[in-house]
Design a protein around this ligand. Structure first.
Ligand code: NAD
Ligand code: IPM
Ligand code: MN
Length: 365
């Protein structure tokens, strides 16, 4: 497998470094042949190449089997218009790869239950998957721009039936492998795009009689996520709603640093944590690398199609937390095993490799 690695800005390089070391060692234990190449994206690419998504980065990405991204964004370029900012590089990357369904799983890890901002009786048992449409809506709709002298700004929210159908199928297919329920989230009481969304999702649901479908307005969904998150299985939603709801779903687990993502729907998978470049803690070996490491597990599941290798990493993450290790974002008063980014990476790597060897040994026996 050819994997292009884009560490990006802020904490991106630190967390990516840990994730790629875990990935490389686990892949090797499972005899998955991987070849990695690193390229520039985001603020560092603007600084060194004058563009947030340089041509050579694009060429490498489209010639890969999978792309792995850390994070983009730096305060240095916060004054730039949207199309010149580091974040534009990420949006151009997503468009170039063509994956339209962004999977963001969030679940209550028993060891972390006390790190959640929710009371444990509300959060325990939560296990949900956000399927976020990634290539449409306000992020890409035209026309967009500023009016005379920035006296106004505008964006277009547009969804075609086809765009909704393809992402809806990913949600229903995912639900079939889980608890067989899809909650489609929209704003159909106000928006035309949401009415097309709701009609289309309802029609696609006809192809999946074994999966239960419910509709929820996005404001109500935001509320249900904090009052009764265990009701959800798969949440299907458009691009901007999914961006917002996934930060909310992430922090319920204890920290935004915990959440992983996989983007599927095209030949080339894209794997990235849900969090951003966290400039305030960058370069201090403080960041939580677990969301990024879990994104490496998703790469093994979705691009390498190796479920056992993915589980070796996911089990390792849970074991390390079970043993009480915490990065600063997860620590509370009673935390005795406070660890750095690199220590957390090493702990997970050791357990993941042990898991991998154990699985292979038990398989052989
Ligand atoms: P952020 O996700 O970077 O940070 C939000 C908060 O969570 C901060 O307090 C941060 O310290 C904390 N945090 C995030 N990840 C963490 C981790 N792994 N470990 C410990 N703490 C963590 O969001 P923001 O501050 O709104 O944005 C900062 C920059 O990142 C902006 O330029 C934004 O556009 C960009 N961004 C990029 C991505 C991406 O590359 N996928 C995602 C979101 C934001
Ligand atoms: C995310 C991020 C990105 C998004 C930004 C950085 C463009 O917030 O992946 O959640 O809004 O999609
Ligand atoms: Mn986001």
């Amino acid at each position: 497998m050819k994997i292009t690695i884009l560490p990006g800005d802020g904490i991106g390089p630190e967390v990516t470094n840990e994730a790629i070391t875990v990935l490389t060692e686990v892949a090797s234990a499972f005899a998955i042949d991987i070849e990695t190449q690193e390229h520039l994206i985001g603020g560092i690419a603007i600084r060194e190449k004058g563009s947030p998504f340089p041509e050579e980065t694009r060429n490498a990405c489209v010639a890969s089997d999978a792309v792995f991204l850390g994070a983009v964004g730096t305060p240095e370029y916060d004054h730039l218009p949207p199309e010149q900012r580091p974040e534009a590089g990420l949006l151009q990357l997503r468009k170039a790869l063509g994956g339209f369904a962004n999977l963001r799983p969030s679940k209550a890890i028993p060891a972390l239950i006390d790190s959640s901002p929710l009371r444990s009786e509300i959060f325990a048992g939560t296990d949900l998957l956000i399927v976020r449409e990634l290539l449409g809506g306000l992020y890409f709709g035209e026309p967009r721009g500023f009016e005379e002298g920035r006296s106004a700004g505008y964006n277009t929210m547009r969804y075609s039936v086809e765009e909704v159908e393809r992402v809806a199928r990913v949600a229903f297919d995912s639900a079939r492998g889980r608890s067989k329920k899809v909650t489609s989230v929209d704003k159909a009481n106000v928006l035309e795009t949401s009415q097309v969304w709701r009609e289309t999702v309802t029609r696609v649901a006809g192809e999946y009689p074994d999966v239960q479908l419910e509709h929820l307005f996005v404001d109500a969904c935001a509320m249900h996520l904090v009052t009764a998150p265990t009701q959800f299985d798969v949440i299907l939603t458009e691009n901007l709603f999914g961006d917002i709801l996934s930060d909310e779903a992430a922090v319920l687990t204890g920290s935004l640093g915990m959440l992983a993502s996989a983007t599927i729907g095209s030949e080339i998978g894209l794997f990235e944590p849900v969090h951003g470049s966290a400039p305030q803690i960058a370069g201090q070996n403080l960041a939580n690398p677990l969301g990024t490491i879990a994104s490496a597990a998703m790469l093994l599941r979705y691009s390498a199609k190796n479920q056992a290798a993915a589980l070796a990493i996911e089990d390792a993450i849970e074991s390390v937390l079970e043993e009480g290790y915490r990065t600063a974002d997860l620590a509370s008063e009673g935390t005795e095993k406070l660890v750095s980014t690199s220590e957390m990476g090493r702990l997970v790597r050791e357990r993941a490799v042990a898991n991998a060897k154990g699985k292979i040994a038990s398989h052989a026996a």
